[in-house]
Ligand binder design. Structure first.
Ligand code: FE
Length: 339
């Protein structure tokens, strides 16, 4: 190649690159998750796939926003926590079904919509925090109602979605009548009014107000990491985390999950992102950032969480649990759980 033809070649190559850049692939992610949690994941996805991700962070009002935008919505992927929220998106007609072997292979059937409208990306276990010196290494949710724990239990509002999901699971496992008896027992065992947040369970165990309580698993990681300030490290150090199970099942889990939006302008890239998010590489990055549990038990959890043992998720389908939500909320009301 002479210098002149080389220059010509180089220029042509450069020009050939321009249209590719102009049509650079991208997608729009609407998420209720804090940007700090998802950004490392999205950067890794972009580096690997070349697909740029524009993130719209919506602390609240995801459904309202997508609803207002209607069929002009630029949203491709909708990411949120709580399976109830994902089912709501489906019910509002804001999602589309996805067929992907990679997704069905990576996500157990009970953690995704049978119709392919939403998928779990990581797990949030509803666990027991117990005073560290308590002689207790395993626990069943059913035991929360035992007289042994009278005046010793702390928990947040019975109407909070985390507890509504737990009560719904209880109904799914044992039926409504048994759930009412149980919840009445739990209410009778409360050391203080149901309320506050999950981290307050650890705080109040440290303060001697209660001995055990129910909270989400990732808060233990958040507290121990010091992200919430030095006093929360002390709260966490006062307790141990035990994975309770149903007598006839595993540990109740909720999820961070995602769906492809009904009017997604870039549906292929949207599926590509979901498939990336369930890959072992992404699962590890995400678990490290948010202290949630990866879908695959082979993928390591954050070290701060890993010390408390292994999560064996309950296998009751989330869609089945979801059918009991209204009954669960009504039950919390009926037994005066928050009074
Ligand atoms: Fe939370």
């Amino acid at each position: 190649m002479t210098p002149a033809t080389w220059l010509h070649f180089a220029a042509a190559t450069l020009l050939a690159g321009v249209p590719a850049l102009a049509s650079a692939q991208e997608l729009n992610l609407y998420t209720t998750r804090e940007p700090g949690l998802v950004q490392p994941l999205l950067d890794a996805f972009t580096a690997q796939s070349g697909v740029k991700v524009n993130t719209i962070f919506l602390k609240d009002g995801l459904t309202e926003r997508v609803g207002q935008e209607g069929d002009k919505s630029p949203a491709d992927v909708l990411m949120t926590v709580d399976f109830g929220k994902l089912v709501e998106l489906v019910d509002l007609g804001m999602t589309q079904p996805v067929t992907s072997d990679a997704l069905t292979a990576a996500i157990p059937a009970h953690l995704r919509d049978p119709g392919g409208n939403w998928f779990a990306l990581s797990l949030r276990a509803r666990v027991l925090y117990a005073a560290k010196d308590l002689d207790l290494t395993e626990f069943h949710y059913e035991q929360l109602a035992d007289p042994e724990w009278q005046g010793r239990v702390c928990i947040r509002s019975g109407q909070h979605p985390y507890n509504v999901a737990l009560i719904s699971s209880y109904i799914a496992h044992h039926g409504e009548a048994a759930a009412e008896e149980w919840l009445t027992g739990v209410k009778g065992n409360l050391a203080r009014k149901a309320g506050g947040g999950d981290r307050d369970v650890a705080r109040d165990i440290m303060g001697g107000i209660c001995d055990i309580g129910i909270a989400n698993s990732y808060y233990m990681g958040q507290m121990l990491s010091g992200n919430g300030g030095p006093e929360q490290i002390e709260w966490a150090n006062a307790v141990k985390m035990i994975y309770p199970t149903f007598e006839n099942g595993g540990t109740q889990v909720n999820i961070t999950g995602a769906a492809v939006a009904k009017y997604a302008p870039n549906p292929e890239q949207a599926v590509q992102l979901l498939e990336y998010l369930v890959s072992p590489e992404a699962q590890k990055i995400y678990a490290e950032a948010n202290f949630e549990h990866p879908l695959d038990p082979q993928v390591e959890v954050s070290e701060l969480i890993g010390q408390f043992g292994t999560l064996v998720p309950d296998e009751m389908p989330l869609t089945e649990i979801n059918t009991h939500r209204a009954a669960a909320s009504a039950l919390a009301e009926k037994v005066g759980f928050d009074n």
